[in-house]
Design a protein around this ligand. Sequence first.
Ligand code: IPE
Ligand code: IPE
Ligand code: MG
Length: 260
Amino acid sequence: MENTLKIPFLNNKQIEKTFHNPEEDISDLHTPDHVAIIMDGNGRWAGNRGMPRVAGHKEGVSTVVKIVKIAVKCKVKVLTLYTFSTENWKRPKSEVDSILRLPKEFLSIYLPELIANNVRIEAIGDMEDLPTHTREAVQYAIDRTKVNDGLQLNIALNYGSRHEILKAMKKMFTDLNDEKLSLDDLDEQHFSKYLYTTGLKDPDLLIRTGGEKRLSNFLLWQLAYTEFWFTDVLWPDFSETEFLHALKEYGQRKRRYGGI
Ligand code: IPE
Ligand code: IPE
Ligand code: MG
């Protein structure tokens, strides 16, 4: 496994770019515990430059590295990244194949640095339907980082919220049938345990790049009281500055949860 992960992917210029980490002012931040991001706009970014869509996805990997680092610096506890949705299978096979090679290529380069930063990797989504190389690379990273107690980096891969809820309901009905669960015990907390995000605090802040203002089947249950922050900036252009801007705005929001 270790050998197959050693495949250089980003060119030197791209790697250099990701290591450029500007000194941003992170004092007085009211940091959200859990930030979820819909990383959208890779295809348009490439299209605007006359490049194939896959070039946008590769550039998007550089942004992932930058944002993970700034999230570590800001002491975010959980960062959930929407990487591939259950609906993204509708794309041309060549694009799907390229996207699903990215986790392995990303980890082959950055896993040591993630480990050095005490990052723990987790995944949410239906791993079974993913190509073996994707699944193995992610599982290897999960195993190698499970002792870390810094930022939890949650990779949403082949994730779809409706699928997640249905799967949870099927398991719940089985448990009801098997009398492992009684109807009286079933409340919101209990139901949450059947989701991929079991044990995780719901996101405090959702960021979507790329200009669309929709959830695209992302964390429908978990985002019930999350603060939303949208930007037109396309994911490959998203920077630490915008991330901090979102966090600062989050700090000014008043969360009422239906109260006054
Ligand atoms: C997001 O960028 C990445 C994935 C969905 C995998 P897109 O590929 O959706 O980029 P646009 O929205 O077409 O620009
Ligand atoms: C959402 O982006 C999925 C990911 C970012 C992985 P899409 O580009 O697939 O969403 P739609 O199709 O515009 O709703
Ligand atoms: Mg898109």
